[in-house]
Ligand binder design. Structure first.
Ligand code: DQA
Length: 146
């Protein structure tokens, strides 16, 4: 089983970007932690980051042929992107929406997600651990045990 992990805009800055909100882990640290869990779970993972909405849409379409599902932190596009929502719906792969921060404890504009209604679940507020929780939940879902 192969899972795609997708990071949206500004997540390439993790480690130095507002560390009081997002922590000190870099995107490579996050990927390494997710990769270690994937190995434990016996699944393969592939990673993609882009700051561009269209590139994320292209990636979802292109990766869908290889992966059983996605763990997605769409960053700010979570709150704005009908195109990314439609891409995820269009490829019909289950996905989990994840956020490092607790978006519901932040500004109101972060409370709306265009992706959440189509997601298997949402994990928000556990820092880099959100991705690992999301991966675990998605794999259990795909294995039919959640
Ligand atoms: C984020 C939350 C979003 O509101 C924000 O735009 C991000 C990161 C998070 O992981 O907490 O870029 O998705």
């Amino acid at each position: 089983m192969r899972i795609g992990v997708v990071h949206g805009p500004n997540l390439n800055l993790l480690g130095t970007r507002e560390p009081e909100v997002y922590g000190r882990a870099t995107v490579d640290d996050v990927n390494a932690a997710v990769g270690a869990l994937a190995a434990e779970l016996g699944v393969e993972v592939e990673f993609f980051q882009s700051n561009h909405e269209g590139a994320l849409v292209d990636h979802v379409q292109e990766a869908a042929g290889r992966v059983r599902g996605f763990v997605v932190n769409a960053g700010a596009y979570t709150h704005t992107s009908i195109a990314l929502r439609d891409a995820l719906a269009g490829v019909a792969r289950p996905y989990v929406e994840v956020h490092l921060s607790n978006v519901f404890a932040r500004e109101r504009f972060r409370h709306r997600s265009y992706l959440a209604p189509g997601a298997v679940g949402v994990v928000s507020g556990f820092g880099a651990e959100s991705y690992r929780l999301g991966l675990r939940g998605l794999v259990e879902y795909l294995n039919g045990s959640a």
